[in-house]
Design a protein around this ligand. Sequence first.
Ligand code: FES
Ligand SMILES: [Fe+2]
Length: 383
Amino acid sequence: MNHRISAQVFDRMVDHLNNGTTDQADSVLHVPVSNFALPEHLARELEVFRRQWLVGAMASELPEPGSFVTRDILGSAVLFVRQKSGKVATYLNMCRHRGGKVELEDRGRKPFFVCAYHGWSYDGDGALRGVPFEEQLGPVDRGCNNLHAVHCEERHGIVWINFADEAPATLTEFLGAADAVLADYGLENSVIHMDKKIHSNINWKLVMDGAIDVLHPQFLHPTGVGKLIQTNASVWQDLGRHGRSFSVYKKLAEKIKAGTVEPEDRRYVTGNMVLFPNVNLIPTPDHFEFWNVWPDLKDPGKCFIHIRFVVDAAKLDERIAGRINRSWEILEQAALEEDFPMEETIQANALARPVGDFLYGRSEAPCQHLHRQMARELAAAPS
Ligand code: FES
Ligand SMILES: [Fe+2]
């Protein structure tokens, strides 16, 4: 796994530390408070989600032909299956008889899937295989009763899915410049070392904001991450729909002051990859923190935060596992005890009084991006 910091980003960060500056957006952004509080707005956002390429599963969850994973994503029951060809296919986990789930287990390996209701069965490639008592029930048209396929592509160790009815933009078009960055990360051989699921009373966008907000560490985390990370020093690399938000360890500022900066000090700069709409991918020396923040389907005041720590399978040993576990403890303390409680207060305020707007200042370019991109997507929504 690899997450090189370019000389350009490093130099820009050094300049910021020298001058007390940070990257700035062209203007401040005002986001209506109602965007965090109204179910109608959430419903429009969910339509946007359904047109994007989304993270469905990690490729490592489907290690061999016949491996399957089931998951509910945006209210749809989805079945991922590794094919004999090695490719992954994705279907709605919905029987073509009368809609039961054809697979009830979370994961496993099977040659075919049998609906538990009346026993219709499907091959791993989604083809209808058997219909009990077909002579009396039928006829059942074999060609028209395969499992519904969902657009799906495996790339960068991730199984991406897209719920669009029509052919969506290709994954290559969707990722744009982020494609090369993800290729450099080399996540293909990674495995999930830790998998945490958190249900919270926060709008999904506030959680996304909090994960890349460089204006808050010294205030909200004075004894933790605020001591390590330089508040208000950030480099934002706009990648169109996506982007990278870089922050820096205070250690680099100390080294600049002492005049002892070396090339390997690039390691003090860290970059979050932000993939629209709901992924935050945070490289660390040993592993990647992989955040997926899913909106609730009805309640704008709730979301589901899925955090995975993924690590190169070949490098994972006891020492690295220990370091990753320690890193989860630090994250848990900052997020669960400090970030999420603060975001819950914002959410409660937004729900109590969904008028006016929230301010995203010029120095908050990374946080502005999600809201600007979502506004573009909403404006482009088919009527
Ligand atoms: S609903 Fe699946 S077999 Fe009837
Ligand atoms: Fe925080």
